[in-house]
Design a protein around this ligand. Sequence first.
Ligand SMILES: Nc1ncnc2c1ncn2[C@@H]1O[C@H](COP(=O)(O)OP(=O)(O)OP(=O)(O)O)[C@@H](O)[C@H]1O
Ligand SMILES: [Mg+2]
Length: 210
Amino acid sequence: MSECKVVSVIAEKGGVGKTTVALTLAVAAVQAGNKVAVFDLDPQATATQWTDRREAEFPWVVAIPSTRLSVSLENAKAQGVNFVVIDTPPHAGSASVEAVRYSDLTVIPVEPHLYTIETLPKLNDIIRLGGDRPALFLISKAATQGKEGLDAATYITKQGFNVCPTILHLRAAHRHAGNVGMTAQEYEPKGKASEESNLVYMYTLSLLTI
Ligand SMILES: Nc1ncnc2c1ncn2[C@@H]1O[C@H](COP(=O)(O)OP(=O)(O)OP(=O)(O)O)[C@@H](O)[C@H]1O
Ligand SMILES: [Mg+2]
């Protein structure tokens, strides 16, 4: 990957797994040999605080306001960064629109729950406002038992949206990893959370290289 790819992660609801997905994609990209930066647009600074608990140098995580996206992207590229992930605050608003505008792909984690699925039209509006850029819905935090994840994926696909074929199930490894400044791929490389994370990254990559 020579040119710089930019992936943003947005959602309307809080706590659906935006930061987990953003860091998971970033670490997968690092493990694949890329020079990776995460731009943290969330005033909660969850991704930035994660690096305080982390030993590895990459991904770089930088807290910036959305107004600094353009210049920060140029600076990152000048330093050889070739993969950028943008994490955003909940209640997708102007920061999310800006993130979408600069992204080759926007990933939207969705919990398989009606309350979250009801936010789809607003998220669609955000994508349009950001210039109708490519978007991928990702079922996140689905129970490992039963088929709520699959049902949600089928429902969202029927609405005409692109849904990731891999579901990121509710797995404790994500939480445990975050607590120690890691992602699931680092915390439990052979675990299911790691496997699903890598599949999501591979699918994301396939959309970026089309
Ligand atoms: N697939 C998952 N399995 C288990 N726990 C998860 C998963 N995804 C996220 N979590 C946990 O859920 C909590 C919220 O996740 P996260 O911070 O990634 O969500 P968020 O959408 O970024 O939240 P916010 O809206 O506050 O920014 C964290 O404790 C995280 O470890
Ligand atoms: Mg977050």
